[in-house]
Write a protein that binds this ligand. Sequence first.
Ligand code: PMV
Length: 338
Amino acid sequence: MSRASARACANLAFVKYWGKRDAALNLPINGSISMSLDSAHTTTRVEIDPGLDVDEVWSSGEPAPRAFASRVITHLERIRSLAGSATPARVQTSNNFPAGTGFASSASGFAALTCAASAAFGLRLSRRDLSILARKGSGSSCRSIHAGFVEWHAGQDSDSSFATQLADAQHWNLVDLAVLVTEREKSVRSSDGHRLAGNSPFWHSRTLSIASRLAEVRQALLKRDFHRFGREVEAEALEMHAIMQTSAHERGGGWQSGIYYMAPDTLRLINAVQRWRRAGMEVYFTLDAGPTVHLVCLEDQFADVLDAVHSLEGSQGWRTIACRPGPGARLLSGSDPA
Ligand code: PMV
């Protein structure tokens, strides 16, 4: 029986992937830039087992929910067909952070699955090919293949849409203090959000300005220019949320003017960040498709930012996770590939 285990980190996008030009292949409308998050990861073990009739998918020691299991099995099918195999596999996966709260568990999950399953099935893939393959399982997971600071190139087609490393994890001492203001699961999946993005009246203007946003963030990051970087990153998050909030659609028989991923405490914390900045603290925020606020600062400001969060009234129920630039997806020892 061949087996492999892999671990991959979640990633935080500074320029966002929101909107697909091909939903089946997860080809994005635009490129994106992210940081791999060292303390939020998924560990996945894949065992190829001829004794099984069908694939088995376990999540944190329990049979995985049906929707998640079926995405995993579809991805296993892709990898099996590349390897020319038909043998079922057992997949065991677990996260060290709560899923569905704006911390992209599908990114770390599909990066770890791609790495473990391709090794278990005996494929020897380059990081570029792993990134392309991971992308087909979940778009943002193509960035979690790499360490440090990463750019996903939108590309022309499937073979040219993959992520590369912009700078390694030692390049810049940025910290993402993720503040989970609620652990309630989000009500609209990101796959639905991507599909609805084009309904926003602001969508067209984003497609015109996104190339200059990417260039600004890339340059600020490479030059370690924190002021310029923070401003672009915060404006980018709010631009994405403006599009989400104006993506009108019908849902459950009713008209919705848009999607709100923010919770009341998300806004409270955003207001606090703007206050703290006026008082001289160098901290910016970004958000993904969920209520979690990611506070971005340099290492020398981190203790002050953490103190400020803890001294906010009503913050007792919040959970914080501090992440630094992390490693890329990697196989763990104990792997015994085909
Ligand atoms: O990869 P998905 O389909 O979960 O989309 C992720 C979208 C955002 O997290 C909101 C932005 C991003 O670039 O990660």
